[in-house]
Design a binder for this molecule. Structure first.
Ligand SMILES: [Zn+2]
Length: 532
């Protein structure tokens, strides 16, 4: 392959290829001929933007690996629905109904929404609809099914066989008082049906069973006191979260899994455990978490931060994908402010992608627009109309009438018709963004005395100007400030406050060109008159 593969998903794909190579050279058999990717979900809450980000990023690595042309790939979307519910989540109906079942596996708790057979059944259905709505290709795997249908039996018996060695991995990471009691296994109590309230009292590797006592009350969840002996197989016993990953990796032969930075330690421990069992950990990759507007980590349980639906009000899905594609290992603020720039960066990339001969495999567009490209659809975008330009136009027009916005655009650039669909959609979102975020913060201000001379010079220029060059208009604006002794940043801010009621704004030459020279003069005069 002659092309240089620089985009981060290719780096990840190359790591996978390398690992398969090393494994085979060491004489170890691979679990399957294709390459298995996995992403995991905790179904105690609804899918959110982090879910989308993880599946999208994993899917991009799949595309990259497939481009290497070595093997087929698969993706498992795994739901931890055997996990016990430790507290009633916020934003749930029928809280009392759920509270009565605290401590039980999520798949054994009724659906508070009354739609599916269980709490996790509801969440799993939501998850699948969510993933389907974005067109992700995946196979859904429920933890419950793997346990209760015996898929995990082999792995569970192996953990029982290697019981002490698995303990030896985890014990040093625990405080002294917790070491004695720690076990990878949590039986689901036969009497009260709770998990995590049980404690292993003996293991019987020959019989494939464990003895337990249900005597670990915690945070308001009562243990019932029952004691018994259960097979570790067929869903009678679940492994604790520190062993979950290792069990899956071992049984499925997962080749690639990414996770948030907060799980690096867990991933390292899981890698050790899977090796103890005789398996191989997947290639791992950690991504940074999203931050809110104040730079604090976005908390899933509190539900702060932007939702996908909110993003889609103001920017297309591809602009969100663009945002998520950039530097996954860098923490990013996820906030309404980032939407306009993401839309414009995405459109820029489309423009460049269309100009590159045969496309560019290292462009995010190659990944984000994969389905359209595969279907032979055009993704070119030729116009230089940007989202921020539209926002400024909508701002001065102060309208919610789309046809007025279109009139201005076509007068500025007739060729914008060729990109009608994209621009039309962008106008809708720009109108919404303007109404929700810009309008409430608008504050017009008149120029101070020292800026009035510059403003008059600019008006005089515009009134006599007959050309149609954004460059001329930019130079004249610049000159008006400079020749009147103004600091340019102050001068431009003065113009933004006067015309847009904002502290920041567009390149003025481009803006005047778009809005119209005569119209700009009229607007300046109107604003000055209104402010006096
Ligand atoms: Zn019990």
């Amino acid at each position: 392959m002659s092309e240089e593969l620089k985009a981060w998903p290719f780096k990840e794909a190359q790591k996978i290829a390398h690992k398969l190579d090393v494994t085979q050279k060491a004489g170890k058999a691979l679990k399957h001929d294709d390459v298995l990717f996995e992403t995991g979900f905790g179904p105690s809450g609804l899918p959110h933007i982090g879910t989308f980000a993880e599946v999208a990023r994993t899917t991009w690595v799949r595309y990259a690996f497939e481009h290497l042309g070595e093997r087929e790939t698969r993706l498992y979307a795994f739901s931890d629905d055997m996990d016990g519910l430790r507290k009633v989540p916020e934003n749930m109906p029928n809280k009392e109904l759920i509270a009565a079942h605290l401590g039980k596996p999520l798949c054994d708790i009724p659906d508070p929404f009354g739609e599916e057979d269980s709490f996790s059944g509801y969440m799993n259905a939501k998850l699948r609809r969510f993933l389907d709505s974005f067109g992700f290709a995946y196979a859904f795997k429920s933890s419950k099914d793997q346990y209760r249908n015996g898929v995990f039996n082999e792995g569970l018996l192996r953990i029982l066989e290697c019981y002490d060695a698995v303990r030896d991995v985890i014990i040093p990471t625990l405080s002294k008082e917790n070491r004695e009691a720690w076990s990878p296994f949590f039986p689901v109590c036969e009497q009260c049906a709770k998990v995590y309230s049980t404690r292993i009292t003996a293991t019987h590797p020959q019989e494939g069973t464990v003895s337990y006592a249900c005597d670990q009350s915690f945070r308001g969840i009562e243990a019932c006191g029952h004691t018994g002996t259960l097979p570790v197989t067929d869903g009678n016993v679940k492994v604790g979260w520190k062993v979950d990953w290792a069990l899956r990796w071992y049984v499925f032969g997962v080749d690639y899994e990414m996770y948030g930075k907060d799980l690096i330690d867990s991933a390292e421990l899981s890698a050790k455990i899977v090796r103890v069992l005789g398996g191989e950990p997947p290639v791992g990759f950690f991504y940074e978490m999203f931050l809110d507007e104040n730079g604090a980590k976005i908390s899933k349980s509190v539900g702060s931060g932007l939702t996908i639906d909110e993003w889609l009000q103001y920017g297309p899905l591809e602009s969100l994908a663009w945002f998520i594609f950039q530097n996954p290992t860098k923490a990013k603020k996820l906030h309404f402010d980032v939407i306009p720039k993401s839309v414009d960066d995405y459109l820029d990339a489309r423009r460049k992608f269309g100009q590159a001969e045969g496309g560019d495999v290292n462009s995010p567009i190659w990944f984000i627009e994969r389905d359209k490209l595969a279907a032979g659809e055009s993704i070119s975008y030729e116009s230089d109309i940007s989202y921020s330009m539209l926002l400024n136009l909508v701002n001065v027009l102060n309208t919610d009438d789309k046809s007025i916005v279109w009139n201005y655009i076509l007068r500025y650039d007739e060729s914008a018709r060729a990109d009608h669909g994209v621009i039309d959609d962008m106008i809708d979102r720009a109108l919404r963004y303007y109404r929700d975020f810009v309008l409430p913060t608008k504050q017009y201000a008149l120029p101070g005395e020292e800026a009035m001379a510059a403003l008059n010079q600019l008006i005089a220029f515009l009134e006599s100007y007959e050309g149609s060059s954004a460059e001329d208009l930019q130079s004249a604006t610049y000159a008006a400030g400079k020749e009147n002794g103004l600091a340019l940043s102050d001068w431009f801010r003065t113009m933004y406050r006067l015309l847009l009621g904002q502290e920041r704004g567009p390149r003025l030459g481009t803006f005047i060109h778009l809005y119209g020279v005569k119209e700009t003069v009229a607007l300046i005069k109107e604003r000055v008159a209104a402010g006096q």
